[in-house]
Design a protein around this ligand. Structure first.
Ligand SMILES: [Zn+2]
Length: 299
């Protein structure tokens, strides 16, 4: 099973996760910029984070055989914090970078005027940069939040919009709008494996995107694989599984023109490697990212 996890926050995950993901068939991930848990206090905090998503994290993922891309944005929650909103002025130069395949995650948290502003500004930036958008829908008042989200993105080509964290209540309106439908399969909230399979049975596999959205909370980066197995057990073909877990995210993020899908071999334990197309920082070539490797001393 070849898997593309289209929404996973790897900076919050461990090397064990990378190893387990590779063993489960995950070969490509997209990491959207989000909230750290700890509130940020200044714009520079975003810039270091963005640089990490563009540099260190793709390097780290490549050591485990996984191709890492990112989506960048000011997240909905911190769009309400005046210490953070200056990052909107920094985004344009970041959206030019090679491994940025979307603007995201943006959207609503509490549906405030500040969130409206960040949402509008970032949709315009996506348009200017020819990038698709990954839209987060709020966890509270989800139906109203999703309806309002669809109003805001109405002017855009729906084929360039992925509306994420959907459930049975919000899926229908997104399907009708013609946007891509994202589902975050979590151990105990949002969406689970059985409900996900039931949704795919009812609505089919077109424009359907399944992700683990694994982050610093209770979550599991192997949920994509679990959905694939549950689909097969429910009578879907392996082509159906491949469509949902590979072809669909490739088609959506491929619209950026920046997706790179060549396989990377994981490194042998105790070694490090340089992968073509994966950035190295300002360190000597072969010495890891900016002189830092995932190794811990000599053996
Ligand atoms: Zn997320």
């Amino acid at each position: 099973m070849k898997i593309f996890d289209p929404h996973v926050h790897m900076t919050a995950r461990t090397t064990d996760d990378y190893e387990r993901m590779y063993a489960a068939g995950v070969r490509v991930v997209v990491e959207p910029a989000f909230w750290l848990g700890q509130p940020r206090t200044n714009v520079g905090s975003f810039l270091d984070y963005f640089d990490g998503l563009l540099g260190w994290e793709p390097y780290r993922a490549a050591q485990y055989g996984i191709r890492h891309h990112c989506a960048l944005a000011l997240n909905p929650k911190e769009a309400n914090d005046p210490r953070c909103t200056g990052v909107l002025g920094e985004l344009p130069r970041y959206l030019l970078k090679d491994s940025v395949v979307a603007v995201g995650e943006l959207g609503y948290d509490s549906m405030t005027p500040e969130e409206d502003h960040a949402f509008e500004v970032q949709l315009a930036l996506a348009d200017e940069h020819g990038l698709p958008v990954l839209v987060h829908t709020p966890h509270r008042d989800k139906a109203a939040g999703t309806r309002r989200t669809l109003d805001v993105v109405k002017g855009m080509d729906p084929g360039r919009v992925l509306v994420d964290h959907l459930n049975e209540l919000t899926l229908g309106m997104v399907a009708d709008a013609g946007c891509w439908m994202g589902f975050s399969v979590y151990p105990d909230t949002k969406m689970d494996t059985d409900r996900m399979v039931a949704i795919l049975k009812e609505y089919g596999t077109e424009r359907m995107i399944v992700n683990s959205a694994a982050d610093w909370g209770r979550s599991d980066p192997l949920k994509t694989r679990e959905v694939g197995e549950a689909m097969l057990a429910a009578g879907f073909t392996s082509a159906d599984v491949e469509r949902v877990l590979w072809d669909n995210p490739v088609a959506f993020y491929g619209q950026s023109g920046r997706l790179s899908l060549e396989e990377i071999a994981p490194v042998a334990p105790g070694t490090t490697h340089v992968v073509p197309g994966v950035p190295l920082g300002p360190g000597a070539p072969g010495a890891g990212y900016a002189g830092n490797t995932i190794l811990r001393g000599a053996r």
